[in-house]
Design a protein around this ligand. Sequence first.
Ligand code: SF4
Length: 693
Amino acid sequence: MSSDDDAVHTICPYCGVGCGLRLEAGEEPGDVSLKPWFDAPVNEGALCIKGGASTQVVDHDDRLTEPLIRENGEFREATWDEALTRIVDELESIRDEHGPDATGFFSSSKVMNEENYLLQKLARRYGTNNVDNCTRMCHASTVYTLRNSLGAGAMTNSMQDLKDAGDVFWIQGANPAEQHVIAHSNYFRQAALEGATLIQIDPHANKTTRDVDLHLQLKPGTDIPLLNVVLKTILEEGLYDEDFIEERTTGFDHLEATLADFDMQEAADTCGVPLEDIQEAARIYAEADNAAIFTGMGMSQHRCGVDNVQNEVNLALITGNLGRPGTGVNPLRGQNNVQGTCDVGAMPNVLPGYQEVDDDEAREAVEAVWGFEIPSEPGLTNVEISNAIGDSIHGLFVMGENPVMSEPDSIEVEERMDDLEFLAVQDIFMTETAEFADVVLPATSWAERGGTVTNTDRRVQRMRPAVDVPGNTRHDLDILCELGTRLFGEDGGFEFDGPEEVFEELRQVCPSYHGMTYDSLGLEGIQWPCYEEGDEGDQYLYEESFDTDDGLGEIRGVRHTEPAEVADEEYPLVLTTARLEEHYNTGTMSTRSPTLVRRTPENFVDVHPADAEARGIEDGDYVTLRSRRGEIVLEANVTEAIKEGVVWTTPHFSDARANTLTNDVLDPLAKIPEYKAAAAEVEPAKPPESADD
Ligand code: SF4
């Protein structure tokens, strides 16, 4: 057996906090054990339950180990040559018949920067910008707003400077105690123990609520009126920073005009929160020396997600809480590499480094490195691609994503999969989406791959392989290189000898990564921007100016937009969804972990006692939860953690699939779906096993 000294330093595969850990290979193939990494830059050895259980998926019996091809409706094992030949033939045939924009490419936040870089390059070499990733489902609106109003679509500050300097943490639409556990325990909670004040704005009383000083439990979809009360209180009481507004912002007049006739009591009633509580929170934030905003999917996943986040930017800008330690607007990113997947250009409107595809100068600079022409029209987002299946979309290549589970109104998505002429899925398990595929490629688990990932505070860190790939599995990077070479020839731009060579090309076309090398990343990583070799990166952004055209931060007043569906006679409740500490997104990985499943084996719905009593539901009863799009049967958890009139469930479980109920209405700018509010009803049901009795 290897000695402990042979343990490799790598990064937890789950959330965007980016905790470091070490892996040691055992005697048997696939055997791998986890060791603490006490000097890890983000977590100093600490791991949450998911990180601790992360090796359980590596040699799981369900791992795909052979390529599969569908024949006569059934999968059969195939050689790599057969599988890749089939993909190349089908992609070429679709392009010949319908044009390159008839195919979509789904990139993945579960894989490395290098692999995402290659997939978006492959899509563009194929001739389309139809490439997107799961940011579209989580923080697309945050990325959009932060880029437009401040300059960069990422956390403005860092966990470390926030802990050291933050006096007030304003946590809106996020539950870090469950979803970013080590960020919460090592930084936010630690700061609170040292005197910082924590304010939470969320419809659900959750584990974070235990640690906060003030919880504003608003109705789902009322974040804009709540923040407008905060902003108007600050304006009326003169708590804003006149110098900062004058020197560093634009648009203050627009905000004043937007709020001129705004009725704060009416807005507080809309939110279902006492006016005095909202105003108390406003004063605590505005009077702090350094106040930081943390924003989660409770803000971004609305049809007004861009406006929601803009109002947080407004709050930070009018109080001068940007550009120094302990401040900022800070999205907590959900997946291990969701930040990096965007950074490297796996989005339909931007190239690596967020350079717009329709910016001729930027596009031509990338073309000069790549050696081929890039289409100049932005492509479709992933929800748009799914919605266009059978219409303008005929082929789909999915790497490490599971849209049948993750997209809203998922019964529709599932039905559309049958309308594809060709579907290829590259993954480690047979997902709900892979079940519809024509070709399935067995890919690499996190413990088997090397490359870089970028965490929630812009830290680019290296992952290192600890064990060999099982069976006939191949590395994602090798698969993409071979696919690219088969599609575009030996000079097609896909001949790389490992991830470091890919990274060397990536940094040529991605300005904020330009100064990084594998050597300089070392064990600590570097927080972008890092423009030149030798730059150490930045803990916080915008010290002198914003990265906008005029260097100013944009204030823009916004008005309340109701959710697309509100409660009515037929669906008198509002359904909202969120994740659990012990599970991960569509459950592909976490529901295969005995440790994680033991804690929560199946889905459930939180129902307020008054709503339960009115429907004859008792705690632990099975209920049918339905919306206009579908229904699921699951257990009722009767609790005052949720407001009367609201029900809450989780998206992790295939058996009671929450996204069959959610609404696919989109934010018009960021194209993110409104997962967080749908009209719903709940009623007593038989347990699933006896439902047909
Ligand atoms: Fe992994 Fe996130 Fe838990 Fe850290 S907090 S161990 S990165 S899941």
